[in-house]
Design a protein around this ligand. Structure first.
Ligand code: ZN
Length: 357
């Protein structure tokens, strides 16, 4: 069974409803039409909020594949690079939407004949169970919903928007990872408080939201940690240092008989003076039939790209992933080599360590 269902697509973003969201709405539909409409209003606002985050992200060149609506909110799938200024813009765009709606509704209530029915008025309508589509109710409900969302998202607790704004502002002055941990520490205090409050008041909803925010926040901090770990790695840290050699003067046949090993793909070719003149990729020999006994190693030699031993893996990631092999140089000496497979394995290592470490 799929876990979420697409309802529409906008600007390349797939807007999806999580299966728990559908169940929740079905439950509301059979129990109270008034609450059903009220929550439909909430989720329209939540969707607008998430779309604002997403549109800002897209404007900044970030790919946003999907938004998933769950019973306690919306989750926009936005991968923001370690860039505090960018994050600040994307994080602020969501609450800015709620502030705008709040301002518009307040203005309408102030300057027209429509009037605010108060929070008790809203609850009266909801508890009566009758569907009420009067402008007074809709406008009042919009004021209530957007006020709640603004207040909730101003709390400087990661991963709430306020926490993200807090983190990125801090990160302008201190280390990004430290800023993240600090914002999450604030989050943990608040979310544990919400869980305890929920238990004491038997408010299942608050307890669940507190728990959910704690877990997602904690998880995201770990992911930031992985990226951060990768960002600190230098080419020399990830290079394969065990080198295998081939003689330039050998024929391919001699090479296969004497130097080649079943578990090694790349060989550094040495000339008679012992200097490395290039690389042989054993895969290139595949399919060469008779030529193997006549062709010389130096005829299939490749001169791959190079990188300095102190270069940052994170900054050079595209270069490193685009070539089958990159030689890592320490001055003029070969320190090792990097392949895309090695980098994939390292990313997997950090992923495994995140889950079980
Ligand atoms: Zn948001």
């Amino acid at each position: 069974m799929k876990s979420s269902y697409k309802i529409f697509k906008i600007k390349g973003i797939s807007v999806e409803l999580h299966v728990t969201f559908l169940l929740f709405f079905l439950l509301l539909l059979v129990s109270s039409h008034a609450y059903f409409l009220f929550f439909a209003l909430i989720f329209t606002i939540v969707l607008g909020h998430e779309l604002c985050h997403s549109f800002m992200a897209i404007r900044e060149g970030i790919y946003v594949p999907r938004i998933i609506l769950v019973p306690f909110g919306g989750l926009a799938n936005i991968e923001i690079p370690e860039n505090p200024k960018l994050e600040l813009k994307v994080a602020a765009a969501g609450p800015a939407f709620n502030v705008a709606i709040l301002a518009i509704c307040t203005a309408i209530l102030l300057f027209t004949e429509f009037s605010f029915i108060g929070y008790s008025g809203i609850y009266d309508v909801l508890d009566s169970g009758a569907v009420n589509l009067s402008p007074d109710f809709i406008l009042s409900a919009l004021v209530m919903i957007n006020t709640m969302l603004v207040v909730f998202n101003i709390i400087p607790a990661f991963p709430l928007d306020g926490g993200r704004i807090f983190r990125s502002t801090l990160a302008l002055f201190v280390d990004y990872m430290e800023a993240t941990k600090f914002a999450m520490a604030v989050g943990k205090i608040i979310f544990i408080g919400m869980i305890i409050f929920g238990i004491l008041r038997l408010d299942f909803w608050i307890m669940l939201i507190g728990f959910f925010l704690y877990v997602t926040g904690d998880n995201e901090v770990k992911i930031v940690g992985i990226r951060h770990a990768l960002s600190k790695l230098k080419a020399g840290d990830v290079a394969i240092k065990e080198l295998h050699y081939a003689r330039e003067s050998d024929t391919l046949h001699d090479f296969l008989d004497n130097s080649a090993k079943p578990n090694v793909r790349f060989y550094f070719v040495k000339d008679t003076a012992g200097n490395v003149s290039g690389i042989v990729d054993i895969f290139q020999i595949h399919g060469m039939r008779d030529e193997v006994s006549t062709k010389n190693i130096n005829e299939i030699i490749i001169g791959p790209q190079t990188i300095e031993v102190n270069a940052s893996v994170k900054e050079e990631i595209n270069k490193l992933m685009s070539s089958e092999l990159t030689i890592v140089l320490a001055g003029s000496k070969i320190a090792g080599y990097i392949t895309p497979e090695v980098l994939t394995d390292i990313a997997r290592f950090y992923d495994i360590r995140r889950h079980y470490g």
